[in-house]
Design a binder for this molecule. Structure first.
Ligand code: LMR
Length: 333
């Protein structure tokens, strides 16, 4: 059923795009899966505000948060078919599209800092990765930040052994699957919009999120413990339908690029404070006990997760991994 809806949406979008120019504004449907009061939620609204301002109303941006229009496993197809014009999926969700190189961002503890992240995303590797989307009919526009992930569950997860046999929800990434298996857990890929319910009903035992996602989706209310592990990272690729983007009048595209650059700075500047505030709110709620891992416990996680690198090097690409690690080293040494 959903595929027909996507195709119909695409046909409608195409029919509208031609002569409507003469009649009305260019409409950009910007769909995403998180809540509005998150780094990505606020970033997309900032883009809307600036895009409409800089194009003097030649463009109207309709933002659809919380998977209102499409869920995780549908939104990329909807973009490729032109049913929506823009998305900002997690970097962990391009594997099913055949662009598995982005999963390098999912390797455990690969990013020691936001500085290292910027070195990668703002540098040649960041550009190269976005370029891999073009043959899929997708234009990469920017990297938006969320933050480092915590684990959550209904039992304390201090040592790798504590994960044994737990069903843990993950994004659609083979690297995250390998991560959970290396910890002895059972990975379950699931759309973001379904996670709260799955945790509340026990379909899964736990999951991993930056605090802004855990809090805004109320997952802390159904997870007795939140472990401050910083074991991985969630960030986004802001993307557009390539045919739509390349087909824009040059002046309009230039103004949208300006809006995107400013919305990117805005979203990345607020990401850390959004997550700090969310973690404070989780603590204040008293619903989920926040556990800070000791250095020994973190070292045990790192040791248990080392095999993921060997296992996943061929998947993300030996050269991609080497280039990523070189960029990271260049800011840590
Ligand atoms: C997730 O599925 O956990 C995240 O990618 C959701 C998001 O877009 O932050």
């Amino acid at each position: 059923m959903k595929r027909i809806a996507i195709v119909l949406g695409a046909v409608a979008a195409l029919a509208l795009s031609g002569p409507a120019l003469a009649q009305g504004p260019i409409v950009i449907k910007f769909s995403h899966v998180v809540a509005p009061d998150t780094p990505k939620g606020k970033g997309s609204l900032k883009f809307k505000e600036l895009a409409e301002k800089y194009t003097n109303g030649k463009v109207v941006v309709e933002v659809y948060p919380n998977s209102q229009l499409y869920k995780d496993n549908e939104e990329l197809q909807a973009l490729q078919l032109g049913a929506v014009q823009m998305l900002a999926p997690s970097l962990a969700k391009f594997g099913p599209l055949g662009v598995r190189e982005f999963e390098v961002f999912d390797l455990p503890f690969i990013l020691p800092s936001k500085e290292a992240l910027r070195k990668v995303t703002d540098g040649p590797l960041g550009k190269k990765l976005m370029g891999l989307l073009e043959p899929k009919g997708i234009k990469g526009l920017a990297y938006w930040d969320n933050g480092f992930k915590d684990m959550s569950a209904n039992k304390p997860l201090r040592m790798p052994d504590d994960f044994k046999g737990l069903k843990m929800r993950i994004q659609s990434s083979k690297v995250l699957e390998a991560q959970m298996r290396a910890l002895g857990a059972i990975p379950q890929v699931m759309a973001f919009s379904e996670v709260y319910q799955a945790l509340a009903t026990g379909v899964v035992d736990g999951t991993e999120n930056p605090p802004s996602n855990e809090y805004t989706q109320k997952m802390h209310e159904v997870q007795k413990y939140t472990m401050l592990s910083d074991h991985g990272y969630v960030g986004y690729a802001v993307i557009a339908n390539k045919r739509f983007w390349d087909g824009l009048p040059a002046d309009v595209r230039a103004n949208l690029e300006k809006a995107m650059a400013e919305a990117t700075k805005f979203s990345n500047d607020i990401a850390q404070s959004e997550n700090d505030d969310a973690l404070d709110a989780i603590k204040k709620s008293g619903k989920s006990q926040v556990i800070a891992l000791t250095a020994e416990q973190k070292a045990a996680w790192r040791k248990a997760l080392e095999p993921v690198y060997t296992e996943m090097t061929s998947r993300v690409g030996k050269d991609i991994l080497a280039e990523f690690e070189k960029e990271v080293k260049s800011v840590t040494h």
